[in-house]
Design a binder for this molecule. Structure first.
Ligand SMILES: [Zn+2]
Length: 170
């Protein structure tokens, strides 16, 4: 497996660094019924208000901005339906959105990330990829504990950086 940081000179955001909003999980929790409203809390402790309309979610962000996320349901091949979000950034039909400053799909986020290949974030992603691959191998317990601690700290830092990055682009 290629893993993080391999391949293109840029890198991909590890999903673990972002808050994931999964459409089927929301559906199973009974939240996708028109007329409902709920809050999504981000890692920075600020929540996004969500109102469910018949074919969309209306989001209100902590900064007061509002945005709609389309909802689609398509029949599944063997019966039942699959739910999708329409990414408010690119309109793609996706199963999950990720909390940056706004909720966006992985395609939108990767496009942004690829531009920034030489900065601090890249270094952090590379380091975090290196640690992840080391953790897959055999290690002394003490080494493993140290690397796991470092990885948690890096991912916390990455999350902060993600917030700052998206905070900067309107
Ligand atoms: Zn998108």
């Amino acid at each position: 497996m290629g893993g993080l940081g391999s391949g293109r000179p840029g890198w991909r955001v590890p999903e673990s660094a972002l808050v994931r909003l999964d459409v089927s999980r929301l559906y199973r929790a009974g939240l996708l019924l028109a007329g409902r409203s709920f809050e999504l809390s981000g890692r920075d402790g600020r929540s996004v208000e969500v109102a469910v309309e018949p074919h969309r979610l209306d989001l209100r962000y902590p900064d007061g901005a509002t945005e709609s996320v389309g909802l689609e349901r398509l029949p599944r091949h063997f019966g039942g339906v699959i739910h999708y979000f329409c990414c408010p950034g690119c309109g793609k039909r996706v199963r999950a959105l990720y909390a940056a400053r706004r909720y966006r799909c992985r395609h939108c986020l990767n496009l942004c990330w690829d531009v920034e290949s030489e900065d601090e974030l890249t270094r952090m992603f590379r380091r975090s990829a290196k640690i992840s691959s080391k953790l897959e191998g055999r290690l002394w317990n003490r080494t493993r504990a140290r690397l796991e601690g470092e990885l948690v700290a890096l991912q916390g830092g990455l999350w902060q950086a993600v917030v700052q990055h998206f905070g900067a682009d309107g």
